[in-house]
Structures are given as C-alpha cells and as structure tokens.
Design a binder for this molecule. Structure first.
Ligand SMILES: Nc1nc2c(ncn2[C@@H]2O[C@H](COP(=O)(O)OP(=O)(O)O)[C@@H](O)[C@H]2O)c(=O)[nH]1
Ligand SMILES: [Mg+2]
Length: 294
C-alpha cells in the first residue's frame, strides 16, 4: 500500500485534488486523526491542513514512536500541549497507544455526542477520518484500530470512491478511506528527511547523495551512536577523520562495502546506511525537534 503511495509525484493538480477530497469528506466525520511520522513531525505534517480542518476537532498522531527518540517525542508532546493542539504518540504496527487514542477521540467529541443524545440518538459512535502524508501509517492505524485487516480503499489522491464505515470496538467508527496529503517538500532538509524515512522514494533521487547527506545529519544529531555503529574514531580523537567523504568511505570500508579492486562500493554502503537508519540499527533517531528552525 505504501509503495503505491510513495510513487505519487506531487504537482499542483494532485495537491488541489487531495485537499478537495479531504474537505469533501470532512462533513461526514466528527474528528480527524492526522498521522505524522514521529521522527519528522515538521516535514511529515501537511502545511495546508490547519486551515482546512479548523472547524473539526483533530488529534495529531505521532506514529512510529517505536522508531523515534523517546526524549524528543516527549518534547514534541509538550510542545503541542503548549500550542493547545491535541497530540498522542503511538506505534500503530504494534497497536501501542490505540486505546488511548480511542478514548481521546471520544472525549474530544463529547459536545457533539451530547447534542446527538439530546436529539434522541443515544450511543451514536464517534466518526473519524485518518489523514496524513504517504507512509505515515494511515492504513496501519486503520487496521490496528479495527483489529483486523480491512480493505483500505482509495488510498491515493484523486481516486474518489465510495467509502464504508469500519467499526472499531466500542464507540468509534472509521472511514475506510484515508485522506492522502503531501508532505512539506520545501527545503533540501525537508526532502532529505522525507527520503530517509521513506515518505519519498529513494529511487527518485541519487541514493549515494541521500546517504551522504543523511550521514552528516545523523552524525551531527547522534554522534556517539553513529561512531559506534560504523566503528569510527569519535570527533576530537587523534584518529578522527576530518573530511566528510573520507569518513563516509572509511565507514563503508569498516562495513565491508568494498569492490574487488579495493575501491569502496559507495552504493552498497549508501543502501546499508539508509536501511540501518530505518531499522534503528544506529539508534532510535528523531530528525526534527520542536525548537529547530524549519
Ligand atoms: N515501526 C513502525 N512501522 C510502522 C508503523 N506504522 C506503520 N508502519 C510501517 O510504515 C509503512 C507505511 O505504513 P502504511 O500504513 O502503509 O502508511 P500509509 O501510506 O500512510 O497508509 C509500512 O511498512 C508499515 O508497516 C509504526 O507505528 N511503527
Ligand atoms: Mg496506505
């Protein structure tokens, strides 16, 4: 599912369609769950959604919390709280935090439910729509909340279809069709972190370039974990390699990415490094913090 999504080539026509679709479907729901990648809550939040959803309650769902730095995720939760934004950290893959999300949703909709009850509709479920950028875990969240694999339909912008309501246990119903939105594609840094996390396909960019830029970023944010993983001498020591590319090559060598002639296999190491990041073999890494400039 995510593979298909990642191929979306966002151009203004797609963006407009995606927004129109979300805005069209909003009228059917009481609340919106906005999935973002906990490792990159800036780049994986859609810039236009705020104005669109202003009239409905919304919960920012920091998904993939199992891959992110716990400390940074807790900083994000404090930040959202200060901003008056409802937010929760979850791990949709392992169904962690889903009960809390359910009860937060019911709480956030208590006014609407009370009004419904006043009109005689007792026990009506809260209806929610999941919205987010490709690969943020929309389908996984829907399946997790429903406790089964349901056919998540129309998981592409511009594919307007009928939707069904999927029951979760208790008081919540989900639209089986998530709203697909584009990420913040603004700066090279946005694009880099989106590519590292898999929201943008590596195949559409130069894998060595991504890995090299990714290495520098990871080294800057998590130096100790970085040096430990690639058996490099730490910054400040006598053996520290000053030159960025030489460090990249040395790490490749240490990981056995060497061609028969002795030169390094930079492409193989690039893929390994990206895979190491995604599989949390370096550390649980968050690439964006609340107090960094966008
Ligand atoms: N580790 C981890 N992986 C997740 C989580 N949620 C989703 N994924 C993975 O992220 C990828 C994209 O998820 P998917 O639900 O297809 O995203 P969608 O494009 O927004 O529908 C899949 O490989 C999922 O298995 C999570 O909480 N933790
Ligand atoms: Mg999906």
């Amino acid at each position: 599912m995510s593979e298909k999504n990642s191929n979306i080539n966002w151009f203004p026509g797609h963006m407009r369609k995606a927004l129109n679709e979300v805005s069209e479907k909003l009228k059917y729901v009481d609340i919106v769950f906005e999935t973002v990648d906990a490792r990159i809550p800036i780049s994986s939040r859609n810039p236009e959604l705020d104005s669109l959803v202003s009239k409905k309650p919304r919960i920012v769902v920091l998904n993939k919390a199992d891959l992110a730095d716990e400390k940074v995720t807790s900083d994000w939760l404090s930040y959202y709280k200060e901003q008056g934004i409802k937010a929760i950290a979850i791990d949709a893959s392992h169904k962690k935090g889903l009960d809390k999300l359910r009860s937060m949703a019911v709480d956030a909709c208590s006014d609407v439910l009370a009004k419904s009850e006043a009109k005689g509709r007792i026990g009506r479920p809260v209806r929610a729509m999941v919205v987010g950028v490709p690969n943020s875990g929309k389908s996984t969240l829907i399946n997790g909340l429903c406790n089964r694999k349901i056919a998540v339909t129309g998981d592409m912008p511009g594919v307007t279809r009928d939707f069904k309501w999927a029951r979760t246990d208790g008081q919540l119903e989900l639209m089986d069709m998530p709203g697909v939105l584009w990420p913040r594609l603004g700066t090279p840094r946005n694009q880099l972190v989106l590519t590292l996390t898999g929201a943008v396909k590596v195949e559409v960019v130069d894998v060595v370039e991504v890995a090299f830029a990714g290495m520098k970023l990871i080294e800057k944010l998590y130096p100790d974990d970085f040096y430990a993983r690639y058996k490099l001498a730490p910054y400040g020591s006598d053996e520290y390699i000053e030159d960025d590319y030489e460090r990249f090559e040395e790490a490749a060598r240490k990981m056995g990415c060497i061609l028969s002639g002795g030169r390094i296999n930079d492409e193989r190491f690039a893929k390994l490094l990206i895979d190491d990041f995604r599989s949390i073999r370096i550390a649980r890494i968050s690439l964006e913090t609340p107090n960094q400039p966008e």
